[in-house]
Design a protein around this ligand. Structure first.
Ligand SMILES: Cc1ncc(COP(=O)(O)O)c(C=O)c1O
Length: 360
């Protein structure tokens, strides 16, 4: 009935959600298929997922599977924030730049946006906004939301995260972590997931599945139950209560119950490292941010970008500076990277020997 409409070998560097589904996760869906299971999360897979999540995040963790990352963020923030509360986040955060008016319209909160070149919040940012606390005329900063790995591709160390959490808690705020790429950060730092979350004082995590190889599905992982109120009702009201939740949970069990999450994240990070190493040899391209997880940010001539974007999908991040983002996935191969680097060299008019020599 359905003949393949696209070239299955096609690779993009636009986002890690351009990739397909990891075969082990497709197999997990097939295993969970067949027979009937109680809908809306009362299934055996969602039950088992709690054990798997606790093994990573500690005994207080509760996983609430949802369908999308935006959905996970708005469910988490809505359950964490009082009606008079606001959420402190970086200007680069997905929450601020790429979730439309979902934080305002769906989570019914106000974002207080902080400029941060590397995408990270610090205790100083929190201190600067704490003066609003107690002033009835001002939105009350109630939640600090950080992203791990950040949108500009950096990672918070466990110590940096703990410092943010300590400053937030000292001011009566709670900490939300958007972990769409938490696995990439943990792989980059070679630490367990809990070192960046539970042990660093984070209260609620949006745990990414899609960018780590799943078909779809994320989870709100509550680490401190006192930090949320009415989450089950909020999830339903936000249209994120999936009736066939077993298929999200089964994928997470496979991903987190084995080392697949780490393999996928390590691989994506390694491909970004390879891409950066190869591109650094090209005259005319500058890598403008540290490459710490699975993204490479570069500036190259605009006309080169225009020609290149006709051949490969990737995003221009900043039209003014010409900065682009190249993102690698669990299924990016070294050959994909070499093909892409060759294309960049061609569009730059760089001769073969200028970028091929001196390979280690
Ligand atoms: C950091 C971050 N958070 C959240 C999301 C939201 O995910 P979704 O597109 O599933 O709503 C994304 C997706 O790109 C993201 O990069």
């Amino acid at each position: 009935m359905l003949s393949q409409l696209h070239d299955p070998h096609l690779r993009a560097f636009a986002s890690d959600n351009y990739a397909g589904v990891h075969p082990e996760l497709l197999a997990a869906i097939a295993v969970a298929n067949g027979g009937h299971q109680t809908a809306y999360g009362e299934d055996v897979y969602t039950g088992r997922l709690q054990d798997v999540v606790r093994a990573h995040f500690g005994p207080t963790a509760e996983a609430h599977p949802v369908l999308t990352g935006t959905g996970a963020n708005i469910v988490a923030l809505q359950a964490m924030t009082p009606r008079w509360g606001a959420v402190l986040c970086a200007a680069t955060s997905h929450l601020h730049t790429d979730e439309g008016v979902a934080p305002e319209a769906a989570a019914r909160t106000k974002l207080i946006v902080v400029d941060s070149r590397d995408g990270k919040l610090t205790p100083e940012h929190i201190a600067a906004h704490a003066s609003a606390l107690g002033d009835e005329h001002r939105a009350q900063p109630s939640v600090v939301s950080i992203t791990q790995a950040t949108e500009p591709g950096t990672v918070y160390t466990p110590q940096e995260t703990a410092a943010v959490s300590a400053a937030a808690h000292a001011n009566g705020m709670t900490v939300h972590l958007d972990g769409a790429r938490l696995a990439n950060a943990a792989a980059a730092l070679d630490v367990p997931l809990r070192a960046l979350t539970t042990d660093a004082g984070v209260d609620v995590v949006t745990l990414g599945g899609t960018k780590n190889g799943m078909l779809f599905g994320e989870a709100v992982v509550v680490l401190d139950p006192a930090a949320v109120d009415g989450l089950a009702f909020v999830r339903k009201t936000s249209a994120q209560l999936a009736s066939k939740m077993r298929f999200v949970s089964a994928q997470f069990i496979e991903l987190l119950g084995s080392d697949l999450w780490l393999r996928n994240a390590r691989h994506a990070n390694a491909m970004a490292g390879l891409l950066a190493e190869r591109v650094r040899r090209l005259p005319g391209v500058e890598i403008v941010r540290p490459v710490q997880a699975n993204a490479v940010f570069a500036v190259l001539p605009r006309e080169v970008t225009t020609r290149l974007q006709k051949r490969f999908n990737f995003y221009t991040r900043d039209e003014r500076t010409g900065e682009v983002r190249w993102m690698c996935s669990f299924d990016t191969t070294p050959d994909d990277v070499e093909t892409f680097v060759r294309a960049i060299a061609e569009e730059l008019g760089v001769q073969g020997s200028d970028h091929e020599g001196g390979q280690q």
